[in-house]
Write a new protein. Sequence first.
Length: 197
Amino acid sequence: MAFVEPITLSQGGLRLVPLALEHEEGLRQAAADGALWNIRVTSVPEPQDTRKYIEDALAMREAGNRFAFCVVDEASGRVLGSSSYHDILPAVKRLEIGYTWYAKSVQRSHVNTTCKLLLMTHAFESLGCYVVGWRTDNFNFASQAAIERLGARKDGIIRGHALRRDGTIRDTVMYSLRSGEWSEVKAQLLHSLSKPR
């Protein structure tokens, strides 16, 4: 049995469903909303690579080290983006949340906070994780700010850690949240979502 089993998570008008090939066109349209693949510090697929992006995610799911979700607006059925559990370490009950991107039109809305609330709640309260982590490019300042708004703590920077899509070498900023910190963070996220936008 896999540590992360297929599940659908929903709240606040959003549904996170296991990513599947049927989401190819919806993901392509979400990425086109803002031409997100042109952003140097993200892993958003180019339109012609959307199917391969999904196939790679499914292969990683089969291997047990990534579980990708498709983010769907419940009212319209529109695909808004994707987010994943990855670097899943069942022995130490740790995983990371990443490979996250959303259509430009829903960025800076309730979408990211709601998705992260769903993913963290499932990780801590259903999977029994001790630690949830995040990582991002040292030049992806928007991502760093979003992770910090979630209540995660900066662990440090791994220098010369990975290649960007343009072939340059990136430093990776690492963040984490421990299970003992979750109740306060959850309360803050729920409060944030209850405020009018």
